[in-house]
Design a protein around this ligand. Sequence first.
Ligand SMILES: Cc1cc2nc3c(=O)[nH]c(=O)nc-3n(C[C@H](O)[C@H](O)[C@H](O)COP(=O)(O)OP(=O)(O)OC[C@H]3O[C@@H](n4cnc5c(N)ncnc54)[C@H](O)[C@@H]3O)c2cc1C
Length: 458
Amino acid sequence: MVDTDLVVVGAGGGLAGALRAAEHGLDVVVVEADEHFRRGNNTAMSTAMVPGAGSRFQRAAGIDDSPELFLADVEAKTAGAADRRVARALTTVSASLVEWLADGVGLPIELPVDMDYPGHSARRVHTVPGRHGSSLLRGLADAVAASDRIDLLCPSRAVDVQLRDGAVVTVSDPSGATEVITARAVLLATNGFGADASLVAEHVGEIAGATYHGSEYARGDALRLGTALGAATGCLDAYQGHAALSAAARTLVTWTTVMHGAVVVDADGRRFADETAGYSEFAAWLAARPGARGWVVLDQRIDALSRAFGDYRDVVDSGALRWAGNVADLAGLLGVPTSVLAGELADAAAVARGEQDADRVGRTSVEAPLAAPLAAVEIVPALFHTQGGLRVDEHARVLDADERPLGPVYASGGAAVGMSGHGAAGYLAGNGLLPALGLAHLAADHLAATPRLQEVSP
Ligand SMILES: Cc1cc2nc3c(=O)[nH]c(=O)nc-3n(C[C@H](O)[C@H](O)[C@H](O)COP(=O)(O)OP(=O)(O)OC[C@H]3O[C@@H](n4cnc5c(N)ncnc54)[C@H](O)[C@@H]3O)c2cc1C
């Protein structure tokens, strides 16, 4: 039996909660089911884009932003369907969170100012050099390893949580041996249910046929553990999709290509939607096209700009890009009619040159016309993670159906209700990591400010 202040279940974004709690002088045990979590969880697989509205990095870059502007963007993207309390708490904490990642964790946080993300009205998405989650997670995990207040039990899966004078967490190792950890509180940070095909079919059926590209341990454990305690759930139909997983490399092509002017065509060479609407909803749209596949078409300028992303470089290194000297040769490589592909590119180029306000699919912004030589990379739609989960308040406390906190149980990241509303279209870049890191951070702050039982007892 181990006794501690906080048990963090899941070593992804939950590590931010562990580190913050330790900073407050609390003792923490992190339990992690996957011995390869440093590469295998969603935080490690991500592009490491974390929004912070009103940060000092933005001020240094001359960018005017605020939590209110960010919240308005969230409400616009979700058509008002995001959990307002959670969205407000996360947009409010976002700037201090990215600054804490720099100052408290020691991560080399930077603010890319070379591109816009769909739905963000200010350049507010911060990241780390290389723009890859493996660096972000390595920084968090290294800080955890260096802390004398945090113990990491791995591989060790939480299989039961009871609430008795705090939290009683039973964990199991791969041999089946169990151990009980008692704590003042538990933070459920196990991610969502993307790796559980039956839960995906039940709640996010429109993307069930797509490739799952996320943590294999996102098996809905928090959902089961939390609802067994009486937790309410919300927005279980919310998910982050992505339309641009390289078919050959199984790595993210990144939407930066599109935001710099690339277009997406289906297997017949036709564009079918405004690519700047958002990469999450585009996944289901691509899934509905012939063969559920398509191509991102780009040029040398976009290729050069996209190399700031480690994932994109991996796609290039895999040989998945097909280059051609002109549209006719590219159409031949893709097996689509030259007239169709040429027409689509000419339509987008006319928007880029200001000759028309919008193209056939309604896109109003194209950075520059594509210029030969041209390249195409084959893409398939993917499910990255589910977004809904246990209902939580502004302190990440898990709530019951009457909106009352269950007790000393917090949830963060894919385990919690999130800020993306319903479906895929509410996803803004950063809506994954902000609830993962931010709710964990808020949970630690709340626990630290909560008197211990013996302090309030006579
Ligand atoms: C390719 C890709 C790119 C992305 N890019 C971005 C981005 O740039 N910005 C953004 O905001 N979001 C992004 N996302 C989404 C983001 O990665 C997730 O929303 C976020 O990382 C979820 O964090 P988490 O802590 O909930 O889950 P995870 O990081 O997956 O951590 C959960 C951990 O819990 C462990 N676990 C599960 N069950 C148990 C159990 N019972 N006991 C113990 N341990 C358990 C798992 O093994 C895992 O290590 C991206 C996702 C993908 C796939």
